[in-house]
Design a binder for this molecule. Structure first.
Ligand code: 2P0
Length: 328
């Protein structure tokens, strides 16, 4: 096979990944848990040819010196290494990578997760590697940590592990959930996740506590999912998100991803709860807030929170599929 196309979706973590034990292999300091979304897909085609590696992103041909092209090229080297280990004659080939992110990049949804999950699936198929879900998750992890979770259907636990072999995501049963995305500010964040994680490890005095409490939160989350205990899932999610922002805020110099509008959404979610509507909020390395609810409450919550969104609308999202080949 010399060409393959794959699709993958972003994921939103309920227990967050923040910090690496191994920078080169992207082994996290603790496990995490997420829901794969059903919108904002990335579709990526990898075509083998003899020219140099090339990247077309959302219709724009990027120069080989562009940092995105270089990151994709480094990832393709890992795929070629696997092909070489297996004695495949594709191992020497370069690749033309064409990738399209659906929906606004401005939505602040984790495009590196869907991007590297789709690339891992398309590239492994194009180079002739027949990877099972675990090995595909391990491969996607090498591109971007959170991408290992976007390989997985619906709900994923990323086992931190302590080696390339033992750090992967797998599906976990969880009660049906909805997410409501409230995009309060679009645009690129000031500090990338990668740089923010490094700063946190190097300068935040709460880093040790973050690592140990994240493992505890994950264990509790796995139990709450097994019990289909939505309330506990929500409580862990919101407390854990605040802890992540706390450990980040404590950096020197400080890093702050949340904006005043983000806190307004957290307050509005608390008010919904006070009025008997169960909703819980989380936020990644940026100001946008994602709320979790039972599916039947999602539209009402979206209606209540739309006023805080930049475009006046909150978006309901549901569990979606893991990375998959769409043609070959
Ligand atoms: C997460 N984030 O668990 C957390 C919450 C952001 C905040 O995973 O350096 O883009 O490529 O492994 O995967 C963002 O980190 O970082 C992330 P790299 P990645 O979703």
């Amino acid at each position: 096979m010399t060409q393959a196309t794959a699709r993958a979706y972003p994921n939103i973590a309920l227990v967050k990944y923040w910090g690496k034990a191994d920078e080169a292999l992207i082994i996290p300091v603790a496990g995490s848990m997420s829901m794969t979304l059903d919108d904002y897909a990335t579709t990526t085609t990898v075509r083998l040819d003899d020219a140099a590696d090339a990247l077309n992103l959302n219709g724009t041909e990027l120069d080989h010196t562009d940092s995105a092209t270089q990151r994709v090229g480094a990832f393709l080297d890992i795929v070629r290494g696997l092909a070489q280990e297996r004695g495949l004659d594709t191992a020497a080939a370069h690749a033309q990578v064409t990738t399209v992110n659906e929906g606004p990049t401005a939505a602040g949804m984790a495009s590196s997760a869907s991007g590297f999950a789709a690339l891992a699936q398309a590239a492994s198929a194009a180079y002739g590697l027949d990877l099972d879900t675990r090995d595909l998750s391990r491969l996607a992890r090498r591109g971007s940590g959170s991408a290992c979770r976007s390989v997985i259907n619906r709900f994923a636990v990323w086992h931190a592990g302590d080696s390339d072999e033992t750090s992967y995501a797998e599906e976990i049963a969880a009660p049906d959930l909805a997410m409501i995305a409230v995009t309060v500010a679009s645009g690129a964040k000031k500090v990338s996740s990668r740089a923010g994680m490094r700063a946190t490890a190097a300068t935040s005095p709460f880093y040790r506590a973050w690592i140990t409490t994240t493992e505890e939160s994950l264990n509790e989350m796995v139990r709450a999912c097994a019990d289909a205990d939505f309330t506990r899932i929500g409580e862990i999610t919101e407390a854990h998100a605040m802890r992540m922002h706390a450990v980040i805020n404590a950096c020197e110099p400080p890093i702050r991803y949340l904006a005043p509008a983000s806190y307004q959404v957290f307050d509005a979610v608390a008010e919904l709860r006070a009025n008997g509507v169960e909703a819980y909020a989380t936020a990644d390395a940026g100001p946008n807030v994602v709320v979790i609810s039972r599916p039947e409450d999602a539209e009402q919550i979206a209606g209540a929170l739309g006023q805080y969104a930049e475009n006046g609308e909150a978006k309901v999202l549901r569990p979606g599929p893991g990375a998959h080949v769409v043609n070959a």
